[in-house]
Design a binder for this molecule. Structure first.
Ligand code: PGA
Length: 247
C-alpha cells in the first residue's frame, strides 16, 4: 500500500483528482470505479474544474459505481444515481449511457446483482476504483460480516451506517435499511484502488485496514492483499499510522 499523507480534506481532494486525471490522460477510455459519500465530493469538484479547463476528457470514459440504496429511484435526491449526476456527471463531458449505478428498485434483486456483475465484466474490469471507508471499515456497502462476499449482492445496513448517513435524510426512519453493493471480489479485481479518508472519525478504520488482521469484520482489510492500493488521507485520518509508513 502506498500511503499519501496530506494536510486536510482539500489537499486529499486535489491529490486524488490528480491521480485520477493522470489515469485519464494515460488511458482516455479508462473504466472508473466511483464512490459516493462526503469523501469524494471534493475530488469530483477538482475533476470538474480540470475538465472545464480542457485538461481531462471524459468522452471515452466508462464508469461503474459501487452501490445504491434499495428502494430509492434514481431521481430520489438521496439516491446514489442522483448523487453521481449532480456531483460529477452533469458537469463533465461523460456520456451518461456509459455510466452505471446498480438499480435500487429492481423487482428481481438477484437478477440485478447478476446483471451488474456482467456489466463490470463486459467492460473488461475497472482500471481505477475510488473508495471511501466507513467508520466500521466498510467499503462500498460491504458491512462487517463473518465472510467476504464476492459479487454484487444485497446487504442489510448496520445501525451505525444508517446513523452515519441519517444526516442526509429528514429522519433516521427515512434511511433505507438495505443496499445493493459490489462485492469484495468486484473491488479487488480493479487494477488500481484509490482509497480516500478524511477526519479523525476514520482513524481507527484506517488503522485496522492497514495494520490489522485481514478479516471480514473489517472489510477494507482485504485491501492488504491487493497489489496496487493508493491511500490518500489527511493527518486526522492517519493519526494512528506510524510515520514510517507515510509518503
Ligand atoms: P463518507 O462515507 O464519505 O460519507 O464518510 C464513506 C463510506 O461510508 O464509505
Amino acid at each position: 500500500m502506498k500511503i499519501y499523507a496530506v494536510k486536510d480534506y482539500d489537499a486529499m481532494s486535489k491529490k486524488a483528482a490528480e491521480i485520477l486525471a493522470a489515469k485519464l490522460i494515460l488511458k482516455p477510455n479508462a473504466v472508473l470505479g466511483l464512490a459516493t459519500g462526503s469523501t469524494p465530493v471534493g475530488t469530483y469538484k477538482n475533476l470538474i474544474d480540470m475538465n472545464s479547463k480542457g485538461l481531462i476528457d471524459f468522452s471515452q470514459v466508462k464508469s461503474v459505481n459501487l452501490d445504491e440504496y434499495v428502494g430509492l429511484t434514481g431521481d430520489h435526491d438521496q439516491s446514489y444515481r442522483y448523487f453521481m449526476n449532480t456531483n460529477l456527471f452533469d458537469h463533465v463531458n461523460i456520456d451518461k449511457a456509459n455510466t452505471n449505478v446498480p438499480s435500487g428498485i429492481a423487482a428481481d434483486t438477484a437478477a440485478e446483482c447478476a446483471r451488474y456483475d456482467k456489466v463490470i465484466a463486459d467492460m473488461g474490469g475497472v482500471d481505477i476504483q475510488v473508495l471511501g471507508i466507513g467508520n466500521n471499515g466498510h467499503i462500498g456497502f460491504n458491512e462487517p460480516d463473518s465472510v467476504f462476499t464476492r459479487g454484487t449482492h444485497i446487504v442489510e445496513l448496520t445501525q451505525g451506517t444508517r446513523d452515519a448517513n441519517a444526516r442526509f435524510f429528514a429522519s433516521i426512519d427515512d434511511v433505507p435499511t438495505k443496499a445493493i453493493t459490489m462485492g469484495v471480489a468486484n473491488i479487488m479485481f480493479a487494477d488500481t484502488i484509490l482509497l480516500l479518508a478524511s477526519g479523525e472519525a476514520k482513524a481507527q478504520a484506517v488503522y485496522d485496514t492497514v495494520m490489522g488482521s485481514i478479516t471480514p469484520n473489517v472489510p477494507a482489510s482485504i485491501l492488504q492483499l491487493h497489489k496496487n492500493v493508493i491511500i490518500v488521507a489527511d493527518e486526522a485520518a492517519l493519526k494512528l499510522i506510524p510515520a514510517s509508513m507515510k509518503n
